[in-house]
Ligand binder design. Sequence first.
Ligand SMILES: [Zn+2]
Length: 426
Amino acid sequence: MQTRKPGNVQGIDVSRYQGTIDWAKAKTSGITFVFIKATEGQTYTDRNFVSNVKGALSAGLLVGTYHFLRATIADVAKAEAAHYAKSLEAIGGAKALQLPPVMDYENNPGNLSKAQINIVAKAFLTELERLTGIKPIIYTGNSFAANFDTGLSGYDLWVARYSNTRVPDDQSAWKTWTVWQYSDSGKVPGIAGNVDLNEYNGSLADLKKRYGRERDMSIPFEGYRLTSPFGMRKHPVSGVNKFHRGVDLVVIPADGPIYAFVAGEVIHAKLGVSGSGFGNYGVTVAIKDDKGYLHVYAHLSAAGVKVGQQVKRGQLIGKQGSTGISSGAHLHYEVRKACTPQFGYTATEAGVVEPTQYLINYFGQKPVKEEKPVTVRDINVPSEWAEAAWAEVTAIGFFDGKRPGAVITREEIAVVLSRLLKNIGV
Ligand SMILES: [Zn+2]
């Protein structure tokens, strides 16, 4: 495989064995990325996993996580993927991080054949991708990598070989490494003892380009916890019954990133001044969309955009905070019908719309097209647009093909409705 190269970005990987890490100090060593141990087997979660992720994110590192695989059969591999995916929810899910989830498969306690190793690996990787929506990468050792067949070539390789002189060996599945763990005895400020050192095959821009994606905004408020809906409520600070003009959303960590739900032009990006239409809103970013509606992101700790700037959907616009009148760190998000006067502020509910429904309508204008009319195709073969949902639902036993064409039961409708309600935060 290829050698290391000047200009390639450097990173580390850590687990609870590194103890408490001073992440700001670690960043000063010039590292750019980190993979953090999350889980192992079907039940174990690294006790420093959440604090390490939060610390690394707030230091500005690109963060990924890994799972140490113990399974020797496919069903257990799937259960391990579920445990990993579930544990990731504590940090906002795999999509809250910049780097993909990792399968760490590096030994063979069950004395499996190569064929069995590949079955276990594929079961884990497929299930993990289904649960997280992100294609994982594979971590393994230089020798163990020889067990994997070309069916895994499509996954990026993160390979361990501790050497200054010898590069990782070519394998049937891979001729290049994406990440090389070249030392297990690195020294990094802010970390006691030894730490694994890694190099990514490219620059920071390459790394971001490979794994960065425009944030998936297809489900409104995915990754947020909705703590207060739109409408009448008892105000959390004053205790008075009052109309809530938007929705309150919480993201982890407290100063976590806030992304634009809709593209548009920034027309406000600072502390809301009393009487401006943003009094008590704290640091507020307001973005005017192409229909003239104003998207208001309030109580931020900092704005990351400037007035006049065009913002894309999914673009970072600031950090969550608790500025203005706010009961703890959260995002207050509201959608106003107009931008003037006073940034479209009205004393009554007349000037705002329900944000969830607005987003659904805003993005729901493109009707889903059937590739072929339902009457001329096999209803057990889903259209491309429905493949992911079909796979998920059939995997749990619905529409199992034993009764093609049968009417949908009320229970099945209940499941569909329940999922929809969860997605729109009702
Ligand atoms: Zn609010």
